[in-house]
Design a protein around this ligand. Structure first.
Ligand code: NAD
Length: 421
């Protein structure tokens, strides 16, 4: 993934390793532990055929990566996107390891992806691709081994097809093999909104810390899918004014505020947020730089780089997306006294409610949305406060603090297990 301004592509895996190196150095991790945690445990590439509607056969490439299994089975979403690469999936898998450790849920990190633009496929082609891809990665996945979930361009319907494929091969229904399923198939209440809800819990905590009054604050959101559009809705519910949003086709702005329910309806009808009545069309790059107090990147990696970090006006940045900020940009934002809620903390609500879903599936149980949201709030508030306490003690930014917390937890677990054989 690249920013619109970038001249050379930024490799997300290089970014993930740099972030890890900074934490490992500060923690004084020994060389052996550093070498183990710096690489994924397993990288799996598959090339698989799909019957297309025109009668042809097309071969697609997909990946499943397990970064670390020290604290439990691998957990992480599956992305369908034309720009998916093995390095992107490796980075996303490593971030999952740290994310699960920050919030203290008993998982390691994994991630998957298929190189495809799903918007170009019919529903039948999408289902065939999903079922065949899942069959190919079945050697790795399972409710005790590796539990996928939705990510960019994948949703509860796709999770249902994955669960059904696995169950057909097992000969019985195995709901715990994926999370983010429809409620009718053992999905959890609150899972769909969990990522955005947790982002907003973190913003509420950060605003309290910074003395920002949410009802007086202006917010910009980049990305208008599951994470972005729901975060925009929930922050509006907190009384904030959303002044700009964008999707892959571009952005819109209105300094007096956008009515988010109407923007969602507009996007459903027109396939884009652009052209929304009363708003000005702006570029994706401009959305990041609009005059606002809170910026929520909720699209893809490498959006805030050394090229545009200095132009960001928001005081608070809440990373609903994974990896939107490069390490160089982090340094500029820190220098400019911006408060960053890093991805591994800010969007951990998705995997946390996925964990709740898995626990419910394994116990054949179903919790109410109130119970799910209360447990999520408790976990996120604790994780936020623990991270903030480290940031204050160490005089560092919140990303460094979250890494110090997470890498220490994973390294401790690995050390206690010892090196096999
Ligand atoms: P999604 O497919 O529902 O939405 C992605 C959105 O980003 C779409 O609106 C798309 O148009 C937009 N987009 C794509 N490229 C863009 C660009 N260059 N500029 C602006 N917008 C662009 O995906 P999602 O699940 O909302 O995921 C978004 C981010 O949140 C990803 O980084 C993902 O890894 C992260 N995330 C998602 C979850 C989850 O539970 N869904 C959990 C944790 C993190």
């Amino acid at each position: 993934m690249t920013t619109e301004h970038a001249t050379t592509p930024i490799n997300p895996w290089a970014v993930a390793q740099q972030q890890f190196d900074l934490a490992a150095e500060r923690l004084g991790l020994d060389d052996g532990m550093r070498a183990v945690l710096r690489e994924p445990r397993r990288e799996f590439t598959v090339h698989f055929p799909v019957h297309m509607d025109d009668g042809s056969v097309r071969v697609f490439t997909g990946y499943r990566v397990q970064h670390n299994l020290g604290r439990g089975p691998a957990k992480g979403g599956i992305r369908y996107h034309q720009d998916v690469s093995i390095d992107e999936v490796k980075a996303l898998a490593m971030w999952m390891t740290w994310k699960c450790a920050v919030v203290g849920i008993p998982y390691g990190g994994g991630k998957g992806g298929v190189i495809v633009d799903p918007k170009q496929l019919s529903m039948r082609e999408l289902e065939s691709l999903t079922r065949r891809f899942f069959t190919e990665i079945e050697v790795l996945v399972g409710p005790e081994k590796d539990i996928p979930a939705p990510d960019v361009n994948t949703n509860s319907q796709i999770m249902a097809w994955m669960m059904d494929t696995y169950s057909m091969h097992a000969g019985y229904t195995v709901p715990g093999v994926v999370t983010g399923k429809p409620i009718s198939l053992g999905g959890s209440e609150g899972r769909n909104e969990a990522t955005a809800r947790c982002t907003v819990y973190c913003i509420v905590e950060a605003a309290r810390h910074l003395g920002i009054e949410l009802p007086k604050s202006r917010v910009a959101v980049q990305g208008f899918g599951n994470a972005g559009s729901i975060a925009a809705t929930l922050i509006e519910d907190e009384g904030a004014t959303v002044v700009a949003v964008s999707d892959s086709t571009g952005g819109i702005a209105n300094p007096d505020g956008l009515e988010i329910s109407k923007v969602i309806k507009w996007k459903k009808e027109h396939g884009t947020v652009q052209g929304f009545p009363g708003a000005t069309d702006i570029s994706n790059a401009e959305v990041l730089e609009v005059d606002c107090d809170i910026l929520i990147p909720a699209a893809l990696e490498n959006q805030i780089t050394e090229r545009n970090a200095g132009n960001i006006k928001a005081r608070l940045i809440a990373e609903a997306a994974n990896g939107p900020t490069t390490p160089e940009a982090d340094r500029i934002l820190w220098k400019n006294s911006k408060f960053m809620i890093p991805d591994i903390l800010c969007n951990a609500g998705g995997v946390t409610v996925s964990y709740f879903e898995w626990v419910q599936d394994l116990n054949r149980d179903h919790w109410s949305e109130e119970v799910v949201n209360a447990k999520l709030k408790e976990i996120m508030t604790k994780a936020f406060r623990e991270t903030l306490a480290i940031a204050r003690r160490e005089q560092c930014d919140m990303r460094t603090a979250a890494y110090l917390l997470a890498v220490r937890r994973v390294a401790d677990a690995m050390a206690m297990r010892g090196l096999y054989p």
